[in-house]
Design a protein around this ligand. Structure first.
Ligand code: 5AD
Ligand code: SF4
Length: 459
């Protein structure tokens, strides 16, 4: 178990390097983050390490001494966005030879992508992998003096283990919302997904470390805390995930405790009970179905059936009435026929999700699905996507209409010209008139609704 942790002395030696770097003044870092919440959480660590090394943060790459591009590889579109952004920094590097540019995140983990990137973007000074965040001080120090470009990648998928570094500094980008990673990596190998190859094998933080972090956040006034992992149900610390959630939701005070993401094959009844019974645990469940057809689910290696999924979704809805249910769907998985797709439309209608996140299937190099015959043409994927969206809009409209006249508890996220905007425990967006401060709770009476927002007034 201990093998998966970076030793305290290694972390300390990295922080010592950061402290030495701090002696140079007036430096700025610009961090660009693509992709999921895990990347956002990683970027907060990158930012925290940079702060320790004396870098203020800026959104403007033109005034930066260091640019870090934290990339995503989940779909081709995400990769292209990161590459096009990287391309824009060529001029900046020509104007400022001292500028350092580093690329990290999931794209950096893919050998072909990394090599192509280093070749096409010779002004990128270094790349580092998803488990090398803790080495950033050394990476920056080396980049300042090196003649050669730095490549800091371990062999993924991590052999047997990955690496977890505790005690790294964090610079959070909100004063009331926080993400807490509880585990890293994924062992599921869904046939379309690149995550197990770029984030390595599943490994979990100790529950004491997670709970200490959550308690610290609650004490410093954080009101919306998200426990993060690719598949939180297979959290494998010293206690089970439902127990961890229960404990993390039981600190004094009012806050929303969310989690992301669950795999339907592992979401247990015990977990649903915790959501129902612990008031601070948000009444929201994101349960990615991906497809409503058994043959496609099996080709995706999802390891549950349509029937099992429905059983679980309906259990959640009946045990926690009014819970917000959301899901992910892939449109146009290779070999998916029209009839099979229609079963996905049907499952959406049966469950009545509050929201669905729909993605066009994107072949990922090295994954089994990318090699399957019978890839679906782009236009057909788009047609399926649009059909699903229109079915879902009607469902969401109907669900949100049922909120009109009710009073909900809302955590205020922004306030401008007498209009506040915030989220409910179920993560619904509510725009309301009132005088709530950012990061405080309000009771809001809902006066009107649309498919994805509610409107109301503070009472
Ligand atoms: N193409 C399209 N969507 C994908 N996802 C994962 N891999 C792919 C892919 N290759 C989607 C899944 C997952 C979400 C985070 O991204 O729906 O749940
Ligand atoms: Fe990818 Fe499947 Fe793991 Fe989710 S559970 S990260 S979709 S391999």
């Amino acid at each position: 178990m201990n093998d998966i942790f970076v030793s305290e002395s290694v972390v300390k030696s990295q922080l010592d390097i950061a402290d030495k770097l701090k002696t140079e003044e007036n430096k700025k870092v610009c961090i660009l983050t693509f992709g999921c919440q895990q990347n956002e959480a990683d970027s907060e660590i990158l930012s925290g390490i940079c702060e320790r090394a004396g870098y203020a943060e800026t959104d403007n790459p033109k005034e930066a001494d260091l640019i870090l591009i934290n990339t995503c590889a989940i779909r081709e579109h995400a990769e292209l966005k990161a590459l096009s952004r990287t391309g824009q920094f060529k001029k900046l590097k020509e104007q400022n030879k001292g500028l350092l540019i580093g690329v990290c995140g999931c794209m950096a983990e893919q050998k072909e992508r990394r090599e192509a990137l280093m070749k096409s973007y010779p002004y990128v000074d270094f790349v580092f992998g998803t488990d090398r965040l803790f080495m950033l001080p050394e990476i920056i120090k080396n980049a300042k003096t090196a003649k050669k470009r730095g490549v800091y990648i371990s062999d993924l998928p991590h052999g047997e283990f990955g690496i977890i570094a505790e005690g790294l500094p964090l610079r959070r980008n909100s004063l009331h919302k926080a993400k807490v990673s509880i585990m890293y990596g994924c062992d599921n190998f869904c046939t379309y997904c690149v995550v197990p190859y770029v984030r390595g094998r599943e490994r979990s933080r100790n529950s004491q470390a997670v709970l200490k972090e959550v308690e610290g956040l609650v004490l410093s006034g954080y009101k919306d805390i998200m426990l993060l992992g690719q598949n939180v149900n297979s959290y494998n610390g010293d206690i089970s995930f439902p127990k961890l959630l229960e404990k993390a939701g039981s600190f004094d005070g009012e806050y929303f405790l969310r989690f992301m993401t669950s795999h339907p094959k592992d979401a247990s009844s015990e977990l649903v009970d915790v959501i129902r019974d612990v008031p601070n645990v948000a009444k929201q469940f994101h349960l990615p179905v991906q497809s409503g057809n058994n043959r496609v689910l099996s080709a995706m290696n999802r390891r549950y059936t349509r029937e099992k999924y429905l059983e679980k979704a309906l259990e959640i809805k009946s045990k926690v009435p009014g819970i917000t249910m959301t899901t992910d769907i892939i449109c146009g998985f290779p070999t998916e026929t029209e009839e099979e797709f229609l079963e996905t439309v049907d499952i959406i209608k049966q469950v009545e999700f509050d929201m669905i996140f729909t993605f066009l299937y994107s072949p990922r190099p090295g994954t089994p699905a990318a090699k399957m015959d019978d890839q679906i043409p782009h236009e057909e994927k788009v047609r399926r996507f649009e059909l699903l969206s229109s079915v879902q809009n009607d469902i969401a409209d109907k669900i949100n209409e049922s909120y009109v006249g009710k009073t909900v508890r809302v955590l205020c996220d922004s306030f401008e010209n007498g209009m506040c905007s915030g989220r409910t425990s179920g993560n619904k967006i509510v725009n309301f008139t009132g005088s709530s401060k950012i990061g405080s709770f309000a009771n809001v009476k809902i006066t009107s609704s649309a498919a994805y927002t509610l409107k109301g007034e503070e009472i």
